[in-house]
Design a protein around this ligand. Structure first.
Ligand SMILES: [Zn+2]
Length: 370
């Protein structure tokens, strides 16, 4: 019985995918509706202000954060293999051109060190929030490109879980790896980054091939389900007396840094698969964010990551309704945030926007010191 329904599901999904690819391009169910269906306000204005610490959103949880001198990359998923290869479990590999272009774009605000003959900035640090493929798929290629650009070794440091380490080692990345210790502040020039343990949006389920930890080598080309979840982290990114908080997955923390409301100015809130959950699940997630009393919330992980990034952000497709319900998540978020006077803003894809001011306060009231 179970076997029959598995086969039936597979056939239905195959037809759905064929429909999505050839017959019904434009259908929200298969490829997602464009962001403009849910977002009717302006996007955050990009900046070239040298006094700003900026963030560049590259889809899903990939963020490039820079103060012009130091470039911190979160996850770095640039290859975005297509839905066909994911569905059929085809072996897939990082696309080095897309990774290079992604690094250029994510690091666009960073200046090259004096005397460097590099053509684009490599990140000083890469934080891997967990090891599902839409987070960790490109970390080996990023580490290899960083190494090639800076053979002296004074390049990229990769921070991650034991599962991230196995990916790097089995891909022969020769990365400078730092195992993340929850609660320990990592000082990276003027940034201080602290990891928090967090729950994944979906807990382990029967038959689930991508939960648990990576124990086997992961050598590309490889099926996407080789990238098992591993430990799941959220990050506090502090700069002087300002701070932002990044939820890589839509789940609550094991210990919330909620004791200093207002300390966190900006929360990056993952919406990935949130729309498949009950409203009570959203309410628990939101209650934790609201306790931090941020000035604003910036949604991330809302896009259909089996498609290329659109340069026109409002035309970018959200995750398809066959897998998620992003419009529902936006509705919950906008309603709850409005009730509390917290602003929701959306970042344009691939363009640096202000995160913090370097010298002056970004808030009306001074932030409480850490
Ligand atoms: Zn995940």
């Amino acid at each position: 019985m179970e076997r029959r329904s598995f086969v039936a599901n597979k056939i239905t999904a195959a037809l759905a995918l064929i429909g999505a690819t050839f017959i019904l391009p434009g259908c929200a169910y298969f490829i997602g509706s464009p962001l403009r269906d849910v977002w009717h306000s302006e996007l955050i204005e990009p900046t070239s202000d040298s006094n700003a610490v900026t963030v560049t959103h590259m889809g899903v949880t990939t963020l490039g954060i820079s103060d012009g001198k130091t470039f911190i990359l979160i996850d770095g998923f640039f290859s975005r293999p297509n839905a066909w290869d994911i569905f059929w479990y085809n072996p897939i590999k990082s696309d080095s051109d897309k990774v290079e272009a992604g690094l250029r774009m994510a690091g666009t605000r960073s200046t090259l060190p004096q005397g460097s003959d590099r053509k684009w900035p490599i990140p000083n640090a890469l934080f891997v929030l967990h090891t599902h493929y839409d987070y960790a798929f490109d970390i080996v290629e990023i580490a290899k490109q960083a190494k090639a650009a800076e053979p002296s070794g004074k390049g990229l440091k990769v921070y991650g879980s034991p599962s991230a380490r196995i990916i790097l080692d089995s891909g022969n990345a020769q990365a400078d790896f730092i195992p993340i210790r929850v609660g320990q502040p990592y000082k990276i020039d003027d940034f201080t980054i602290t990891a928090y343990e967090q729950r994944h949006v979906h807990e382990r389920r029967r038959g689930d091939k991508i939960s648990g930890f990576i124990e086997e080598p992961v050598k590309q080309p490889v099926r996407y389900d080789a990238y098992k979840q591993g430990d799941v982290y959220a990050l506090k990114v502090a700069y002087g007396d300002k701070a932002a908080f990044i939820y890589g997955s839509a789940g609550t923390l094991l210990h919330c840094p909620c004791e200093h409301p207002g300390e966190v100015d900006t929360v990056f809130m993952s919406l990935g698969l949130l729309g498949t959950q009950q409203e009570t699940f959203f309410s628990r997630y939101w209650a934790e964010i609201a306790k931090m009393q941020p000035r604003r919330v910036l949604p991330i992980h809302w896009d259909n990551f089996t498609r290329e990034l659109a340069t026109d952000t409002l035309a970018m497709r959200m995750a398809p309704n066959i897998a998620d319900d992003v419009p529902r998540s936006f509705e919950w978020l906008i309603q709850s945030a409005t009730e509390m006077g917290i602003e929701v803003q959306v970042m344009p894809l691939g363009k640096p926007v202000p995160l913090f001011a370097k010298d002056s306060e970004t808030r009306d009231e001074p932030l409480r010191k850490r």
